[in-house]
Design a protein around this ligand. Sequence first.
Ligand code: TYM
Length: 331
Amino acid sequence: MEKKTLYSAVQPSGNLTIGNYTGAIRNWVALQDEYECFYAIANMHAITVRQEPSELRRRTVELLALYIACGVNPEKCTLYVQSQVPQHAELTWVLNSMTYVGEMERMTQFKDKSARHAENVNMGLMDYPVLMAADILLYQTDVVPVGVDQRQHLEIARDVAIRFNNRYGETFRVPEAYILKAGAKIASLQDPEKKMSKSDENPNASVFLSDDKDAVIRKFKRAVTDSGNEIRADESKPGVTNLLNVYAAFTGCSVEQAERAFEGKGYGEFKLAVGETVADALAPIQAEQKRLLADKAYLGGVLAAGAERAYKAARKTLSKVYRKIGFYQGE
Ligand code: TYM
């Protein structure tokens, strides 16, 4: 039986956080045997906020090394850089004509980012979900593993696919989100009402995958907890709940098991244990990423092979789209 197709991507737009790991990349590894997987480095999405060119280039390769260091196998999966497959931009243009401005204005991420980058509310920022829909639909994707914050964008991808299929006949497979419970929504350590983000201004809010053990432990020790002293997951205790989620995501236990493990313990001991668990999980990933980054030729080879495979798949879908909408492709 043919394998189902899975697609996901991360932007090379900053230091990745443990949320990117537990919400996305770690789940990719678990799914790579079961699905035909495409994992992109979304550099076209990244330029919707200003990037330093040399850093963007460096982070692209670092992100590939990180994917592999986390256990994504380039022999099994197609790993590639979004801008190296021109069909992403081409399909975006077609889908733009089928997406309404009002839909884009309502997107939570657009509203947040427009507020944060008020000096640079560019068309790309608004069009971001359409590019993401193009990414997904080009590969006839069945499932998209992402964190909770991307759910709204995935709904747009589904809506656009359905709209296109209704107007032009069956063309795109309609994708489903794949959101795991544990780790799909890691919050900021300083403000547990906000998601942990690559671009938070407060350096203590996010734990980066590149943080060393001391930094990880220091950040968890400083994490905002709640009044009271019970270690329990509860809406009234967002700080403690977040730390329990992190612990569960990194150990593979359930939140209930985590609660039991810390029953009767104090906040100080709890925070230290979470910090140590995370630091110990990150150390081997960091070492492997460093080892891979010393071999640029290998990484370049992975991306060249990935771009070629992605290009073939994407060209097939785009040609079908062009035929359906009446674009001349030669006699
Ligand atoms: P990005 O780069 O912001 O985040 C990458 C992945 O990490 C997840 N994530 C989190 N999960 C849990 N807790 C958090 N605090 C947290 N922060 C981030 C995100 O949900 C995401 O899965 N637009 C996408 C990249 C993209 C994409 C795609 C994804 C481009 N094209 C096609 C899927 C399919 C983004 O900005 O992710």
